[in-house]
Design a protein around this ligand. Sequence first.
Ligand code: FES
Ligand SMILES: [Fe+2]
Length: 429
Amino acid sequence: MATAHPASATLPVPESTPGRLPPRRAGWTLPQPYFNDPGIYRLDIERIWKRGWLFAGHLCEIPRTGDYFLVELDTESVIVIRGEGDTVHALHNVCRHRGSVICTEPCGHATRLVCPYHQWAYDLDGRLVAWRGMQPDLDKADFALWPVAVREVEGLIFLCLAPEPPPFEAAAACLGPLARPQGFGRAKVAKAVDYLVKANWKVVWENNRECYHCNVNHPQYIQANFDHYNADDTPSRVREAMASVVARSEARWSAEGLATTHTDTGMTVFPDAARGIWFSANRTALVDGWVSESMDGRQVAPLMGDYRDPDVGTLRMRTLPNFWNHSSCDHGVSTRLLPLGPQQTAIRVWWLVAEHAVEGRDYDLTKVMPFWQLTSEQDWEICERQQKGINTSAYHPGPYSAFKEYNVEGFVRWYLEMLEKVGMRKAEG
Ligand code: FES
Ligand SMILES: [Fe+2]
């Protein structure tokens, strides 16, 4: 999908001043300031959130030319809009006249983007097309909306606020083939729920990257999955059960590229801090008898995408710093994080189904939603409790489990490397 934009200039982004980061002991949690210090939060925004590729939303949310939604990060506001001829544009939501925001609703439809202040009007690709009362020696071509880099892969839209975005090709090559059969481009949003979680965004990721907490906190999730077993505690009966599901998947689906790719208990290794890998995707087995991450494991909506049979395990994707997705044969669940401050994270969870599925006839939200609604809300509560404890004078870093929190250590390493990338002094002791 083309993303051409008329403005050749890129918006300059100010550099923040490097400083000394509190040291961390390898294999231990981060010191308190990483979770509540406004200065470190600013560094997070400048060095990670304004540099990396952010998941914005789904192509199926803007099916018609002129449909748009906003992505608001820190003080930034970006319009993601469907343009002419199947294009998607991302534009800073800031008028080139005196700086008013242009779109004021979180989503909508526009034939032109008209500033509410003095009605400068922009085309869907950001070109300025009308400005009443301006002198003739000025050229409209110099006043297009500032563009934001945007990429779409299999119905998932990503944007990057950096003037020179990091490469996206490897991420597209990783996510694309696994996401394709799910048919996100032919999906519809059955429901989206917004949460304001009172925790630093890293607390939320650290929680996502381990299943040490699952046995007690996620009674629904552990019925369907093998993630919560690790090298130290996988009973032989579980190992055999998993091997049999994996072998069945291999026999049925290898020819179609739908066989499970994550074949061990425990969570897949992500991120890969040593190689700077911020994206990953895999297909994971569900416990025998489960074909969907629903409350009873049964199919709860029509098959999505290219699937012809429900027994395809789950597709899982994640990209740092703000996206993960679990998709079953019949519905997909996307989660997007956007930090709102050192101790606040805006989280949106979407439930997607096949585009022609009709609520009440083909699916029922009370069956599609609870598995991930419960699991998500259980996690948000955990995160808020942890943030509260971290804020006290009694918080001191604690050690990670090498068996169960290998990905949390990986996440922290990735995070520190991103922070230190531009002239920062090493934070790791
Ligand atoms: S600020 Fe937008 S038209 Fe004046
Ligand atoms: Fe969890």
